[in-house]
Design a binder for this molecule. Structure first.
Ligand SMILES: NC(=O)c1ccc[n+]([C@@H]2O[C@H](COP(=O)([O-])OP(=O)(O)OC[C@H]3O[C@@H](n4cnc5c(N)ncnc54)[C@H](O)[C@@H]3O)[C@@H](O)[C@H]2O)c1
Ligand SMILES: [Zn+2]
Ligand SMILES: [Zn+2]
Length: 397
């Protein structure tokens, strides 16, 4: 089959690789019809390179048609239309029963002291081939292959793989609707969708921050108050002050941080990140545990602006193990912090019913680009550089 493979820093290529096969009786093989590129893929593309191997198959936002099932699979059959959430979970262990599928005790990557395995996400997360390909092996298919109805276009359901459950969890963790005023930092696919869901779940004032004009405009078009972070030249206090000016002088009750480790505005750490991509992997991996490795501008802005007694919901991915965080501010302002990978397969049952008869959150028009699988190298490039107004790219194998 053809698959998008990681080759080296900022280089992916579409290669012919062996077709996946059923390995366990609980597996299914899916023929992929749509598969999206995520901001998390960008971290692998450039920054997390010490944890990547040449030839790794990328991607974790697929949907398609069941091609083959293992002997123990009962809930899906050949021909079913399914979407596959990005974190791999058994659905039955103690953690899964609590809804914490990212902590699944069956797929957990104990070797690296990590939570549940993820599709297409480095050795740290189980080294499982990803879904930017023609076919995908889906472990624990009874729980992981989520059946969706035939009829509406793929994109009605595609984002159940990641964007929808991730944004949904971010909003829930922001304690909306109890919290009525919310700032969303980062208006990529995740932040944009979080602002739509926050509106749906009852937030009253939503402020969105980014630096890409079309992303700010897209959020503003559905009622978000846009703030362009570039106007503040790295001054977090001034940015927080601008936020408060929309909220009667108080900080927001909730802040959703949807930027992650590659935030604009952290030039020194950017230089360190760049250095590690040039070092031998074992040395670079060591640095991740000993040096502040994440570009923290957005996170520090979140801590600065959140109102006293407020909630921080961190959805952007961070990987450094020695990052400097202001515990002083978090403690003094009495902030609740919630974060983590989204428990994606868990949220399906809450979100899917909203989509069946309705183009909820305008998911049908969420993608800005639909390209062939073969165009993946170009797609990664424009998504990373934010060229051609790329916000969400769907590949069609
Ligand atoms: N927790 C999860 O389960 C989960 C799932 C999916 C994605 N993510 C993470 O969410 C984050 C966003 O993903 P995405 O797909 O929307 O990607 P993205 O890279 O398109 O979005 C990031 C956005 O942040 C903006 N940004 C950068 N620096 C900023 C700053 N200082 N202030 C304000 N905005 C800034 C960028 O312009 C961009 O629009 C990534 O870190 C991704 O890894 C987490
Ligand atoms: Zn993703
Ligand atoms: Zn489990």
């Amino acid at each position: 089959m053809r698959a998008v493979t990681w080759q080296s820093k900022r280089k992916v290529s579409v290669e012919t690789v062996p077709d996946p096969v059923i390995e366990e009786p609980t597996d299914a093989i899916i023929k992929i019809t749509s598969t999206a590129i995520c901001g998390s893929d960008l971290h692998l593309y450039e920054v997390m390179t010490p944890f990547m191997e040449k030839g790794d198959i990328m991607g974790h936002e697929p949907m398609g048609i069941v091609q083959e099932v293992g002997s123990a699979v009962k809930n899906v059959k050949v021909g079913d239309r399914v979407v596959i959430p990005f974190n791999i979970a058994c659905g039955q262990c103690m953690m899964c029963r609590k809804g914490l599928t990212t902590q699944c005790e069956v797929t957990q990557v104990k070797e690296h002291n990590r939570g549940a395995a993820l599709f297409g996400y480095t050795k740290l997360y189980g080294h499982i081939p990803g879904g930017q390909a023609e076919y995908l092996r889906v472990p624990h298919a009874d729980f992981m292959a989520k059946k969706v109805p035939v009829g509406p276009p793929d994109e009605r359901f595609l984002y159940l793989s990641d964007v929808l459950p991730t944004a949904w969890q971010a909003v829930k963790y922001a304690n909306i609707p109890k919290n009525k005023t919310v700032v969303v930092i980062g208006l990529g696919p995740i932040g944009d969708m979080a602002s739509r869901i926050a509106q749906h779940l009852g937030a009253e004032i939503i402020i969105g921050i980014d630096l890409v004009p079309e992303r700010l405009a897209r959020a503003a078009a559905h009622g978000v108050i846009p703030i362009d972070v570039r106007e503040f030249e790295g001054d977090q206090q001034a940015l927080a002050e601008a936020v408060r000016s929309h909220l009667g002088g108080r900080g927001p009750e909730a802040v959703i941080e949807a930027v992650g480790m590659e935030a604009h505005g952290s030039p020194n750490v950017k230089a360190i990140q760049q250095m590690t991509t040039l070092m031998p992997d074992p040395i670079a991996q060591k640095l991740f545990t000993t040096v502040g490795m994440d570009r923290l501008f957005a996170l520090h802005s979140a801590i600065e602006m959140v109102g006293r007694g407020g909630t921080l919901s961190l959805v952007g991915v961070y990987a450094g193990q020695a990052d400097p965080i202001s515990l002083d501010a978090l403690f003094d302002k009495q902030i609740q912090v919630r974060m983590g990978q989204a428990n994606a397969p868990f949220w399906t049952k809450e979100i899917l019913p909203l989509l069946i008869d309705d183009n909820m959150f305008d998911v049908d028009n969420f993608a800005t680009h639909r390209l062939s699988l073969e165009e993946a190298p170009h797609a990664y490039e424009i998504f990373q550089k934010k060229e051609d107004e790329a916000i969400k790219i769907v590949l069609k194998p």
